[in-house]
Design a binder for this molecule. Structure first.
Ligand code: ZN
Length: 309
């Protein structure tokens, strides 16, 4: 009689990669999540894939940051290197890359910044060509799908046309279409070393109180050529997932973000909740709300739990 099911086919595991060998640097507020060198990344990706997780989502931590985010689109950038390793060793693993500039920018914002202090502004339009270049360089390295997370207006069409121009007509775009300026991202900023040096991301990410704006953002991204639309965070935004799925009927992804993971892990470590049961129920709720794809740090555990029955 169960109407909604959870299966391994919908899982995506986010992974953080940085240069080095045998490097496995724990992220304090995200138990079980690490910054990994490419060799260790391959290990974790293989374990996930063998457990039944079909896809990973890569985030890169560069050695150097600058005001043009040049590490984001360097041919031998850390994400580009990692993609090559994964596609060579695990050709059937779907490799999705996060496309943003914040990890690579000296100031930690997702776009080019003009001015300083309170007068600083994020420049939307000049940022688009850098994002398009980044996405194309990921596709060139072998990425199966790109996932722009910056929330600049017009970036989906900019990325689509750059991919097409370079012959990547079959590379889909998973757009972070409804990404809220959320306190639930706290632990991630330690993981990706991407906390803004000044100000916040409210000028380009969405207000937590807005539903209609989420629908408008999704409509724009679909019109620009997004193949999958994403809602982020997930558990506190199930109504948004539901409205988007109902209104557009589009492939919809939900990103269970760092603090969602941290809260479950912390409560479980204290013996206050059953980690497995709470994790599975949360993900089932996202599926029930309408999510087709679940991006979760618990993907490998979930795949194992589902297999064990
Ligand atoms: Zn960003």
């Amino acid at each position: 009689m169960r109407e909604t099911t959870l299966d391994t086919g919908c899982l995506v595991l986010p992974l953080f990669v940085r240069r080095g060998r045998k490097l496995r640097r724990p992220i304090k507020a995200m138990p079980g999540v690490f910054q990994l060198s490419p060799d260790e990344l391959l290990c974790d990706a293989r374990i996930a894939f063998e457990a039944g997780v079909p896809a990973v989502l890569l985030f890169g931590i560069p050695d150097k940051k600058d005001p043009r985010a040049s590490g984001a689109y360097a041919a031998n950038g850390i994400v580009q290197q990692a993609v090559k390793v994964l596609k060579r060793e695990l050709p059937d693993l779907i490799v999705i890359t996060d496309v943003c500039l914040c990890e690579y920018m000296s100031h930690g914002h997702c776009g080019i910044v003009r001015g300083k202090g309170p007068a600083a502004r994020i420049l939307n339009d000049p940022t688009l060509s850098l994002l398009a270049r980044t996405a194309a360089s990921h596709a060139e390295a072998g990425a199966d799908m790109v996932a722009p997370s910056d929330m600049m207006d017009g970036r989906v069409v900019a990325i689509r046309s750059e991919l097409d121009k370079r012959g990547f007509v079959n590379t889909p775009i998973m757009s972070y279409a409804a990404k809220f300026a959320s306190a639930f991202y706290g632990p991630f900023r330690e993981a990706a070393e991407s906390a803004p040096a000044f100000g916040d991301r409210r000028s380009y990410q969405m207000d937590a109180g807005n539903t209609n704006e989420a629908l408008r953002e999704v409509a724009l991204d679909i019109a620009e050529g997004a193949d999958i639309v994403m809602v982020k965070p997930a558990l506190a935004y199930l109504d948004i997932i539901y409205r988007i799925k109902t209104q557009f009927g589009y492939p919809t992804a939900a990103y269970a973000v760092s603090a969602e993971h941290a809260m479950i892990k912390a409560a479980a470590a204290n013996g206050w909740i059953d980690e497995r049961a709470v994790t599975l129920e949360s993900l089932l709720a996202m599926r029930r709300a309408g999510a087709d794809i679940l991006i979760t740090y618990a993907a490998t555990d979930v795949a194992r739990w589902l297999k064990a029955g």
